[in-house]
Design a protein around this ligand. Structure first.
Ligand SMILES: [Fe+2]
Length: 259
């Protein structure tokens, strides 16, 4: 199981909650958690289409519309065929896979661990195939966001305010880096090339504060568990060591002749 110390490494848990949580963004440049979801996993995942719940395609009509597999009827969007989805990917459209935490055990492990400190979380995967793929326009989220970069580079722009006039910070992050942005911080993402970024985000626990900080036990978690479905192979019974009956041990000394 992953520990929060490892998730925030090299920033200490105390430092994070005292100085960054709900206050300011935190950039951790390092080389960790790149295996959470990579392009090989995306290739397998998208080949399951249409059995890919909640898949979204950004700007699918070149008109900034988001196509949603689960809501396309309600939104009066066409049902896309697999080859059409593939063509959109090759054209450069960004894909979103919401509720992705059960796609890979390490994602669920991070949710279980951070849900000791936060309320219910969720993992969304953002993938872009090439330079210039469109992402979301500047916006803010109503969750505490932990952004794990697993493939390629991403340009981040953080704004001071809702009018997005004043840039608070601007930087590129690489695979293996982590970014934390607190609730309500305006931000924008640009992909200068192929990339995968995973947002694991959480609401805060009710009445959570530094003065009265509540850390819950995973035992009390209502999250669906990750089970090990591997068949249980019965262990072979241990046999008592057999003595080789007709072969006495060292019946003769090593040296028969005196030297
Ligand atoms: Fe966001």
């Amino acid at each position: 199981m992953v520990k929060i110390e490892d998730i925030l490494d090299p920033i200490s848990v105390k430092n994070f909650f005292q100085n960054y949580w709900q206050k300011k963004h935190l950039v951790i440049r390092r080389n960790k958690f790149k295996n959470l979801f990579d392009f090989n996993m995306l290739d397998k995942y998208l080949n399951r289409y249409p059995y890919v719940k909640s898949l979204q395609i950004l700007d699918y009509d070149d008109n900034d519309t988001r196509w949603c597999l689960d809501k396309h009827k309600k939104l009066k969007q066409p049902m896309l065929k697999k080859n059409e989805v593939y063509d959109l990917w090759r054209k450069g459209k960004s894909f979103v896979i919401p509720f992705a935490e059960y796609e890979h055990k390490p994602l669920v492990d991070i949710c279980f661990e951070l849900e000791k400190y936060f309320a219910n979380g969720q993992a969304n995967i953002y993938a872009s195939p090439k330079a210039g793929s469109k992402s979301f326009p500047p916006h803010k989220d109503s969750t505490e966001n932990f952004l794990f970069h697993t493939e390629g580079r991403v340009k981040w722009t953080l704004y001071k305010d809702f009018d997005n006039k004043e840039v608070l910070d601007e930087f590129y992050l690489e695979a293996g880096d982590l970014l934390y942005i607190p609730i309500g911080m305006w931000h924008k993402v640009d992909a200068p090339g192929p990339r995968i970024l995973i947002s694991i985000h959480f609401a805060n626990k009710k009445d959570q504060s530094l003065k009265k900080f509540n850390i819950s036990s995973p035992k009390d978690s209502k999250r669906r568990r990750w089970y090990n479905w591997l068949p249980e192979i019965p262990k072979p019974k241990k046999k008592a060591p057999q003595r080789l009956m007709n072969k006495p041990r060292w019946s003769k000394p090593y040296f028969t002749k005196k030297i």
